[in-house]
Write a protein that binds this ligand. Structure first.
Ligand code: DHB
Length: 309
């Protein structure tokens, strides 16, 4: 069985899309809910609709992709309506992702969600790297503490956090110390590695237009960083805080590695962008084959059990 759980929420399959990839319209979200995925995550919403950054704003490479989308989305009302109508249908979860451009915008959106009939998981994205002039909140631990203090003063529904990748043990310790002070339901690591630069030597140019070519990296580039963040934060967070592993997943083997590091669920971004919804069936089959070969019947039997040497 590939069943798993986050807080009180049950998923028949641990695979989900990652926020941002093929999930901006209700048509795309319906397709994910009709696939083998355990549920869907909506494109990170802002209070009002946004067109996002100038194109070209995403470029595939042989190892993954670079993007600077700039939060193009249909606005919170659009995704909240979809989430209210579809969460829990056919046993599938809808995770509602929000990414305000300020603390005030995040609080405003959480108030709307609190007042709504939506009873699922909300994912507060503290790690968008692609808005010129705005830094990633997840790297400022006091700002994270401030937004969580405000949020949990009124928000009583289950809340997850999408975090940026951390690269130093001081950062793992510092963010865990903040998160352990709050009733966070889950964290999702990692968002893209922010502000990478892909260079085309042929044209002697950058490959995307916004921000002089700098953008978030996904795909093969990020898997070891993602595994490190899942593992390091699993070792530091209260056991009640679940972890969604995201980063570099394109096969059943990659999912197996994320679960070994401690992931309860996983999300697929770049590879879902390349392959579309058939990827959920393929990876489910690949993971099931690995588990059968090893004699594992459930994810619990190996979750977090990574060995050291
Ligand atoms: C975008 C990219 C991200 O990595 C993110 O977390 C949110 C938004 C974007 O550019 O749209």
């Amino acid at each position: 069985s590939l069943a798993s759980q986050i807080g009180d929420y049950k998923f028949d399959n641990l695979l989900l899309n990652a926020a941002g990839i093929r999930c901006a319209t209700t048509e795309e979200l319906d397709k994910i809910l009709d696939s083998d995925a355990g549920g869907c995550v909506t494109k990170s919403a802002t209070p009002e609709p946004r067109k996002g950054n100038e194109s070209p704003r995403m470029k595939a490479t042989s190892m993954g992709c670079i993007n600077s989308m700039g939060l193009p989305n249909h606005g919170l009302d659009y995704y909240l309506k979809f989430a209210e109508a579809n969460q829990g249908k056919n046993g599938k979860q809808v995770i509602l992702s929000i990414a305000g451009l300020s603390i005030d915008q995040n609080i405003e959106m959480l108030k709307k969600i609190q007042a709504s009939s939506f009873a699922g998981l909300t994912e507060l994205n503290l790690s968008c790297p692609n808005i010129a002039g705005k830094s990633q909140v997840g790297y400022d631990f006091e700002a994270v503490r401030d937004v969580l203090t405000s949020a949990f003063s009124f928000f009583k529904k289950p809340l997850g956090l999408k975090l940026p990748p951390y690269f130093d043990f001081n950062q793992f310790d510092g963010i865990a110390e903040v998160l352990n002070d709050f009733p966070v339901t889950y964290i999702n690591v990692i968002n893209s590695i922010g502000n990478g630069l892909v260079v085309d030597p042929e044209t002697e140019s950058v490959v995307i237009k916004p921000k002089g070519g700098f953008g978030g990296l996904g795909g093969d580039y990020v898997k070891p960083t993602a595994l490190a963040n899942v593992r390091a934060l699993r070792q530091r967070l209260r056991p009640e805080i679940s972890i969604i592993g995201t980063g570099g997943i394109k096969s059943g083997k990659d999912v197996f590695e994320h679960v070994l590091c401690g992931a309860n669920l996983v999300q697929i971004g770049t590879a879902f962008g390349f392959d579309g919804t058939p990827i959920f069936e393929r990876i489910s089959k690949e993971l099931t084959a690995i588990m059968e070969k090893k004699g594992y019947k459930t994810l619990d039997e190996f979750r977090g059990k990574l060995k050291t040497i």
